[in-house]
Design a protein around this ligand. Structure first.
Ligand SMILES: Cc1ncc(C[n+]2csc(CCOP(=O)(O)OP(=O)(O)O)c2C)c(N)n1
Length: 326
């Protein structure tokens, strides 16, 4: 197995994870300040999944995300300032501030949208994969969803259709062990979720979702399979969210010791340690990098804060497709 992380690409992955974490760390603070309307769901701890999968994709590939979708969007190549502006409901956001945290679409880089309806992205990615196959354009679609969403019926239908039609899609389940306040043990009797894909003829693997290299390698294999016309695959990524389900969550359903135990597998700290050990970077160089990352994310936040709110007269522009019938 190639040591992917001991390369400049591995370093780029580490930097992107750290930058996404710095972005997400600010979400509860912005929420408390009243700058985010509605709820927002940070993904601290889960960065290796979004970044590892994105490293296996091209700009033309599509992703369908979920309510916890900032990392998926940023890892796919979205600008941090415009993403932050969208979350703050400002006119420089990707959807002019009308979408917010759970409806960020960036068509030019294949982000088909974050999505507030649990499980909806599964059907959207399936549709994108069907379109890719019909057009023969060689692109792949990825669906990101959680352990809770895996209980939605749409997943069974999507597994079956994509398997018989051999559609180019990679289903990526981020198993962070909770759906809001319900633990996976409370929700699901068969906790080896990969069996769900296998039951439909979708090759399925359990992946260490805290390890960038493991996620990248599994995603690369799934993407290669999809591009070769062999159909779907299913990655069950074991991960953990460090913060509450959303800003303001009192977290009475889990204890602090469990959260601390999960942090020992931290994707950023562990990859950094490996890269230092392999001589790719020194601690001093990383300190300089994190200071730069802080400044870049600070600039993104200031850009968003300074962006105007959308003009109310434009409330209905870009809401319907020009081709749509009345
Ligand atoms: C169809 C639907 N049902 C319920 C909700 C409320 N809800 C929002 S997030 C969430 C939990 C989803 O858990 P999971 O899919 O595991 O993703 P995670 O939040 O853990 O990333 C629920 C129940 C919703 N938004 N949509």
């Amino acid at each position: 197995m190639s040591s992917y992380v001991a390369t400049q690409q591995g370093l780029a992955g580490l930097e992107l994870m750290a930058k996404i974490r710095e972005f997400e760390r600010r979400m509860p603070l912005l929420s408390e300040e009243g700058l985010i309307r509605g709820s927002t769901h940070p993904s601290l701890g889960m960065e290796a999944v979004a970044v590892g999968v994105s490293l296996a994709l091209t700009e033309d590939d599509a992703i369908a995300s979920n309510h916890r979708g900032h990392a998926h969007t940023l890892a796919k190549g979205a600008d941090f300032g415009r993403t932050m502006a969208e979350i703050l409901g400002r006119s420089d956001g990707y959807c002019g501030g009308k979408g917010g945290s759970m409806h960020i679409g960036v068509k030019e880089i294949g982000v088909l949208g974050t999505n507030g309806i649990v499980g909806a992205g599964i059907g959207i990615a399936t549709g994108a994969a069907l379109a890719a196959k019909q057009k023969g354009d060689g692109t792949v679609a990825v669906s990101y969803f959680g352990d809770g969403a895996s209980n939605q019926g749409v997943l069974a239908e999507a597994f079956n259709l994509t398997a018989i039609w051999r559609l180019p899609v990679v289903f990526v389940l981020e198993n962070n062990h909770y759906a809001q306040s319900a633990s996976i043990e409370e929700m699901i009797a068969q906790t080896d979720l990969s069996q769900r894909g296998e039951a439909y003829g979708v090759p399925s693997v359990n992946v260490d979702g805290m390890d960038l290299q493991a996620v990248f390698e599994a995603a690369e294999a799934g993407v290669a399979r999809a591009r070769a016309g062999e159909g779907p695959s299913f990655l069950v990524c074991d991960t953990y969210r460090y913060l509450g389900h959303m800003a303001g969550d009192t977290e009475i359903y889990r204890n602090a010791a469990e959260v601390e135990a999960a942090k020992t597998k931290d994707p950023i700290a562990n990859l950094l340690a490996r890269l230092i050990e392999q001589g790719v970077i020194t601690q001093e160089e990383w300190d300089t990098t994190t200071a730069r990352i802080f400044e870049e994310v600070e600039a993104a936040e200031q850009f968003a804060r300074n962006s105007p709110f959308p003009n109310p007269t434009e409330a209905f522009t870009d809401v319907y497709s020009k081709g749509a019938r009345a």
